[in-house]
Design a protein. Structure first.
Length: 97
C-alpha cells in the first residue's frame, strides 16, 4: 500500500540506497535496479531522479527543469511534485538527512 507524503519545496531528496540508478544499454533507458527487479524510466523521470543528489532542493529541481525544458514553472512544479510524491511512496527516494 502506498502512503502519500507531502513534498516540501525546501526539502532535498536522495535515491534510496536499495536502488541503483543508471543507464541500461539493453533497455535504451535509465533504470532503477533493485533486488526484485527493474524499473524502466522515461526521460523526464530520469531527469528528475538524476537531480535527487541530496544537495538540490525541490525548488532547485523545478528551476533546473524549467530551464532545461523551456516550460512554465507551474506546469513543471506540478509534474515534479507529483513524481516525487509517487517515488517517495514507492520507496525509490527518501528525504536527505
Amino acid at each position: 500500500m502506498l502512503t502519500s507524503q507531502r513534498v516540501e519545496l525546501a526539502a532535498s531528496y536522495v535515491i534510496n540506497p536499495t536502488f541503483l540508478f543508471r543507464w541500461e544499454e539493453s533497455q535504451d533507458a535509465h533504470v532503477l535496479l533493485y533486488p526484485e527487479g527493474i524499473v524502466k524510466l522515461n526521460d523526464t523521470s530520469a531527469s528528475i531522479l538524476a537531480l535527487c543528489d541530496g544537495s538540490a532542493t525541490v525548488n532547485d529541481l523545478i528551476a533546473e527543469l524549467e530551464t532545461r525544458y523551456d516550460a512554465e514553472r507551474e506546469v513543471i512544479a506540478q509534474g515534479v511534485i507529483q513524481f516525487l510524491e509517487v517515488s517517495h511512496a514507492k520507496g525509490w527516494i527518501r528525504v536527505a538527512s
